[in-house]
Design a binder for this molecule. Sequence first.
Ligand code: GTP
Length: 236
Amino acid sequence: MALKYRRILLKLSGEALMGNHEFGLDPYFINELADDIREVYELGVEIAIVVGGGNIFRGMNGSQIGLDKATADYMGMLATVMNALALQDILESKGMPTRVMSAIEMKQIAEPYIRRKAIRHLEKGRIVIFGAGTGNPFFTTDTAGALRATEIKAQVFLKATKVNGIYDKDPVKHKDAKLIKEISFDEAIRKNIKVMDQTAFTLCKENNLPIIVFSIKERGNLKKIVQGENIGSIVK
Ligand code: GTP
């Protein structure tokens, strides 16, 4: 089967790794996630992953307990590196070569992020996991995802969430929320539909990078997406 996307950026939130747990990592869920990633890897897709850290530390909560926002954000960035390392081990235990690259230098545990090197790793068939966000406070991991996707010339930004796409209102709170299968960047802005934060969204828009929002809870979605199936919602 022909591939629609040959190089992807997969954004996994910390919550996505948490599965049904309240905190930390859900081994059962990550295992299944790794199997999904392997299906795509075996098709020859070049995979870059940006992980969040909300399952370990949330920048926002840090602010609530009186930490400076920048400090809290740096702590959040460290949490994403922990997730990156965990994901690396699990993917490698399933036979996928990986490289973790950190936006904040910590050479003993991860390679520093170097754009050209990241691209080379992808070309050599390694899954590249980006940790530490953009390396700057005040930017979300969605923004890190949009930035890295653009830098490595990914063909699509895959935003894995708990819900199966973009709705006209929060589907958790509103029973009559409608799924939007396809929307343009301009229309999403006009209708004030929050796909991701403005910085991340604008980066995707300006670089013509389509965003697919899909459920990470349904197995096999990733494979279907790279093969061109109409899964989740697309912004383009
Ligand atoms: P090629 O040069 O394309 O062969 O890539 P490579 O990543 O296999 O080669 P390299 O010799 O750079 O890396 C070998 C191993 O060391 C890989 O697992 C890298 O992730 C790891 N590595 C490379 N640089 C660093 C670093 O600065 N810090 C850490 N912690 N690991 C590194």
